[in-house]
Design a protein around this ligand. Sequence first.
Ligand code: PHE
Length: 339
Amino acid sequence: MEEQLKELKKEALEEIATVSDFNQLEAARIKYLGRKGKLTAFLRTLGNLPASERPRLGRLANQIKEEIEKALQEASLKTQKIASELKGKKDLIDVTQPGLREPLGHLHLVTQAIFEIERIFSQLGFYRVRYPEVETDWYAFESLNMPPNHPARDEWETFFITPQIVLTPHTSSGQVREMEKGKLPIKMINLSKCYRRQSDVSHLPMFHQFEGLYIDKKVSITQLKGVFDYFAHEFFGPERKIRLRPFHFRFTEPSFEVDIDCSLCKGRGCRFCKAGWVELGGAGMVHPEVLRAGGINPEEYSGFAFGWGVERVYMMRSHLKLPDIRLIYKNDLRFLKQF
Ligand code: PHE
């Protein structure tokens, strides 16, 4: 009996010594001192022992019980210490770990294009202006040599607010506004929103144009060509070529459509461009009637103007063949993040 008790004590103390958390500690307590515990079971059998053995073994068993309780108490302190150390480790800040960055957005592709266009023309001395998105019939049409009911107006698919007030259909409406400032020479680039009653895979009801207007004494077509070449080389690349194709606008004379050689086939002709050229936009020498409308004497001054689409030139540069141009304004981050 005595041997058995000593064995039990040894086993219990060894086990308790290896305990490292509260659950193990509790399991050990139950195993030895619980209601069905090993030592408890022994104490219950004391009554069955011969009276001569009882006091000695009883004392021994109680002594062992006290030792186990003491060991459990010490182990409890130890597990508490381990637990708080672990917690401390979890709360530690590792200052060498790379931080979590807030995701940073970037400018919309059209804003990027506007800034770049503005930068390129500013190198040639053009200053940026912006004119209203809501415009009178006078600035949008009449001052540009398009009298009321003139069929040329149909091209501009206009949104009317009243018969005399429209949503600006093109940046040319800034031409006479700029002339009215009364300062010459004029070298403006009007970068603004335009609106037309059109919405399909290749048209937007709201888009941007940039309008160049240069007015001075003796402005010539050669200068116009030089400005376009400069823009094309800066914006599309030094190897690109520009050509002028005769056209008609009421507010320029002569008028041109400006083409750039196709980047896909290098001007040889392909399925995309057909004959090797793609259209950039309109241009021409400012019509004398327009100068007059802006209070400028056409005998003394001349000028050129051009108006091209921001979304269009940007798409041409990045070779973007969008299945639907309206994607640009859908605000889908999966699309926008690519620019
Ligand atoms: N305003 C014309 C358009 O929207 C383009 C243009 C501008 C043409 C200036 C000639 C001169 O189509």
